[in-house]
Design a protein around this ligand. Structure first.
Ligand code: NAD
Ligand code: UDP
Length: 317
């Protein structure tokens, strides 16, 4: 098969690229390198089944030849990043999604959309099931991302109904692993970097807010299964083991043998209080469930950051 991955040089996209190449298929990566990096794909650079195009998918783009599956992952994903480029984030999740959808239709390809647990906002039911419509502030701190992703879901659903687009929506819950940029502001990558440098771990609020963290190899396996299914979704993908942010800070400090203190900073507005996926649908429809426990996943992130700091310290600081 031949797959296109928008955002393929990013954290999730590069792992998905590795998985698809390891299955013997071809991958075309479309990425503007705004938050991703060719460093994430450097180990594949001489693979003849990989093609990388540096393009902004908000602009018109071309890919020669047949395409079987398009994975649409291009979007800023971290709160401190998307709140620095709010209009761009909204347009990537609207006009660019339209372009990607037209592209998939023209190629007769299946389209898998990387949606997010953020469509549930600060959820009113727990754990979150796909039929929860969400509790989102349309003009809040996170709205450029939440509402952008909600619009993308609406647009793809409309194109499926009106024009027969073979689209499948995946709602991704917090995912972590190697290649998540140590400075992109997300909690696990940030705490690991702080702990390895014996800097204070910055817990926002009192740290009682919860998240459920999925290891990246589990997540991209779910995306690949969705690519090969014909389900329209939405389907949650995430690890249902729920932890408070403060407990993650303690765990990461212990796992790195760090002497870092834990400091408490103000909680950003609209930061969801609780988040945990109900993954019954993923189990039933895709035969998917996560396999990697947090201790195992964390040690991969820690080892990767140590290696990154040794190799690239000047570039990533
Ligand atoms: P990432 O920032 O590492 O990857 C995003 C990639 O998209 C980057 O390589 C970036 O350069 C590229 N990109 C951004 N705008 C682009 C544009 N206009 N044209 C071309 N390329 C562009 O983030 P990630 O964590 O890998 O997230 C990937 C996708 O998964 C995003 O759509 C995100 O919303 C979604 N998601 C991720 C998580 C998570 O926990 N990692 C959770 C929910 C949803
Ligand atoms: N968080 C924190 N310290 C940090 C970064 C994040 O306490 O240095 C908190 C953040 O407020 C949120 C949780 O960790 O409650 C997860 O944040 P992340 O940005 O990783 O993901 P999201 O908020 O999008 O789920």
């Amino acid at each position: 098969m031949r797959c296109v991955i928008t955002g393929g040089a990013g954290f999730l996209g590069s792992h998905l690229t590795d998985l698809i190449l390891s299955e013997g298929h071809e991958v075309v990566v479309l990425d503007d390198l705004s938050t991703g990096s060719l460093r994430n794909l450097v180990h594949q650079i001489s693979n003849p089944r990989l093609q990388i195009k540096t393009v902004n998918v908000r602009n018109k783009f071309e890919v020669d030849g047949p395409v079987d599956i398009v994975f649409n992952l291009a979007s800023p994903a971290s709160p401190p990043v998307y709140t620095q480029r709010r209009v761009d984030c909204l347009l990537i999740n609207s006009e660019a999604v339209l372009q990607v959808a037209e592209f998939a239709l023209a190629k007769g390809a299946r389209l898998v959309q990387a949606s997010t647990s953020e469509v549930y906002g600060d959820p009113l039911s727990h754990p979150q099931r796909e039929h929860h419509w969400g509790n989102v502030n349309p003009i809040g701190e996170r709205s450029c991302y939440d509402e952008g992703k909600r619009f993308a879901e609406a647009l793809l659903s409309a194109m499926r109904l009106e024009r027969g687009l073979n689209a499948g929506i995946i709602r991704i819950f917090n995912t972590y692993g190697p290649r998540m940029h140590p400075y992109d502001g997300r909690v696990i990558s940030g705490f690991v970097r702080q702990a390895l440098n014996n800097e204070p771990l910055t817990v926002f609020g009192d740290g009682s807010q919860t998240r459920s963290f999925c290891y990246v190899s589990d997540l991209v396996r779910g995306l690949w299964l969705m690519g090969n299914a014909d389900h329209s979704g939405p389907i949650n993908l995430g690890n249902p083991v729920e932890q408070s942010v403060l407990s993650m800070a303690h765990l990461i400090r212990e796992s790195t043998n760090s002497s870092s203190e834990i400091t408490f900073l103000p909680l950003p507005s609209d930061d969801p209080v609780r988040r945990r996926p109900d993954i019954s649908k993923a189990k039933e429809e895709l035969g998917w469930e996560p396999l990697i426990r947090i201790g195992e996943g964390l040690s991969q992130v820690i080892n990767w950051q140590i290696e990154m700091q040794r190799t690239y310290s000047e570039q990533i600081s």
